[in-house]
Design a protein around this ligand. Structure first.
Ligand code: IPE
Ligand code: IPE
Ligand code: MG
Length: 246
């Protein structure tokens, strides 16, 4: 079945988030070092982004490095950071050619200086691109994001800029890293693991979850089309009854 032909252009998810998992297992299956899996994974990143841009999905957020991933062996962390820098250098052209803007969420000040600089440069160069907004979650943890949000709001309360009884869902949303993005419609996780791993807890409150056994380096546009097709077959009720929706 060609899933692309089955996709309804009028029902595309506005925001797709991806937990790109399984690089290490992919490498192990090939008898390679884990880091080779990360390298191969960059191809799947490019393919996914291009396919989303072509389809007309306006927001894509990729989980590239979690706050917990700092606990991996130093060699792997260093390789991932170097890969980030080299990919940014290499892919700036793809971003420009496809009219894609780059942003990043997470405690970015924890990243190596070089990565911070490269990120800043690519974000600045692509900021007026309007077809797709690509967000990389780097040193990102949803709990860290919520802690930061609470600290920022508390400071405003202390300075009498906001009163506690006026704190509502939109005030919280305004203080998240994702304040200028819509909530996630479709969350995809590869590699067969069925967990969230501290990704976008607030933003996925009503996301449709899609788990595939495909390891991230093997993920192609065909798999993305299948995920979107599957998403479009679901009924999103948001607490209402089926009769109210139809
Ligand atoms: C995902 O692949 C990439 C990152 C977390 C950076 P993994 O490295 O987690 O691969 P597995 O889960 O060990 O196979
Ligand atoms: C989640 O993958 C983080 C990223 C994909 C960047 P992990 O492989 O780190 O998740 P856990 O630890 O297995 O849940
Ligand atoms: Mg993993």
């Amino acid at each position: 079945m060609d899933f692309l032909d089955e996709i309804d252009q009028h029902k595309l998810p506005k925001h797709i988030a991806v937990i790109m998992d399984g690089n290490g297992r992919w490498a192990k299956n090939q008898g390679l070092l884990r880091v080779k899996g990360h390298k191969k994974g960059t191809k799947a990143v490019r393919e996914t982004i291009e396919a989303c841009a072509e389809l007309g999905v306006p927001f894509v957020t990729l989980y590239a490095f979690s706050t917990e991933n700092w606990n991996r062996p130093k060699l792997e962390v260093d390789t991932l950071m170097n890969l980030l820098v080299s990919s940014l250098k290499k892919e700036i052209k793809t971003l420009q050619d496809n009219n894609i803007s780059l942003s990043a969420i997470g405690s970015l000040q924890s990243l190596p200086e070089k990565a911070q600089r490269e990120l800043k440069e690519v974000m600045e160069k692509t900021k007026n691109n309007s077809r797709l907004r690509l967000t990389l979650a780097l040193s990102y943890g949803a709990r860290e994001e919520l802690v930061k949000t609470i600290q920022d709001i508390s400071l405003k309360v202390k300075k009498n800029l906001i009163s506690p009884h006026l704190i509502n869902e939109s005030v919280i949303k305004e203080h998240l890293y994702t304040h200028d993005m819509p909530d996630v419609d479709l969350l995809i996780r590869t590699s067969g693991e069925q967990r969230i791993s501290n990704f976008l807890l607030w933003q996925i409150a009503y996301a449709e979850l899609y788990f595939t056994p495909v390891l991230w380096p093997d993920f192609t546009r065909k798999h993305l089309y299948e995920a979107i097709y599957n998403y479009q077959k679901r009924e999103r009720r948001f607490g209402k009854t089926s009769e109210q929706i139809n």
